[in-house]
Write a protein that binds this ligand. Structure first.
Ligand code: MG
Length: 255
């Protein structure tokens, strides 16, 4: 099943997608009482929002071996997930514009599989963690690489407004055997089977929720494969998760 969070006439609501039809839901799709309330017709005013409502965005670094090699030659992928946070204020809708801050000379794309939590999780078992995942969505962990390196920790380099594009679709189907592909101006820059992740989504969720309680709507980014590179003014960057959809954003230098 696929879902999306829409904005129309200043009202935000969830829809269930079926073929080319959309049905408004009475609540977020992970709520047990969620039901169809009406059919929705799309028009040019309909905007997709990031399909999540996170109290926190928890990200994993170095979760694909080939990416560890390209950025940290000689280093092994960490035995436990390496976590950092992005602020929810960094969220950007599909079709939103990634703004490159003047403080950075190098803003990179990082195509990633996003995981949205569907139930409250605190110190879960692996099975409980797996059952607590509501769905999957394309995401881009936009990174000011020069600031990330300069600061030695990642809050600034990962935390600028617009640095977390997500969406448009949230799929409840596990894309585990599919591909993740990132394109810049139509050219493939990253492409990897999701199965090459070091720590699986369920393992990551179990690990994270062993530290901080995860709540419905929270977002986890599961790391990027090799091929990361810089974005420039006017670029269009796309992250595609096979079977789910394409997240497309343009890039602008912020004056
Ligand atoms: Mg990343």
């Amino acid at each position: 099943m696929k879902y999306a969070l829409l904005r129309l006439n200043n009202r935000d609501f969830w829809v269930r997608l079926e073929g080319d039809q959309a049905f408004e839901l009475s609540s977020a799709p992970w709520e047990s009482e969620a039901r169809d309330v009406r059919r929705v017709a799309f028009d040019s005013e309909t905007k997709f929002l990031p399909p999540c409502t996170p109290t926190k965005i928890v990200c994993v670094g170095k979760n694909y071996r080939e990416h560890v090699k390209e950025l940290h030659p000689g280093e092994e992928a960490p035995a436990e997930p390496l976590l950092f946070l992005k602020p929810p204020s960094a969220l950007l809708p599909p079709d939103g514009i990634i703004l490159m801050p003047p403080e950075s000379q190098r803003v990179d794309f990082e195509g990633e599989l996003g995981v949205v939590i569907g139930r409250k999780l605190s110190r879960p078992s692996l099975d409980e963690a797996r059952a607590g995942i509501f769905g999957y969505t394309p995401a881009n962990d936009v990174t000011a690489r020069d600031l990330q390196k300069k600061d030695g920790q990642w809050t600034r380099g990962k935390g600028f407004d617009t640095f977390c594009p997500v969406g448009p679709y949230l799929s409840t189907e596990d894309p585990g055997k599919g591909m993740i592909t990132t394109r810049v101006n139509g050219q493939v820059r990253q492409q990897s089977p999701l199965s090459l992740m070091v720590h699986s989504p369920a393992e990551i969720v179990r690990y994270v929720a062993g530290i901080m309680t995860l709540l419905p709507g929270d977002l986890i980014l599961t790391g990027t494969p090799e091929g990361v590179g810089p974005l420039g003014d006017g670029d269009v960057v796309e992250v595609e998760i096979e079977g789910i959809g394409v997240l497309r954003n343009s890039v602008k230098a912020r004056g």
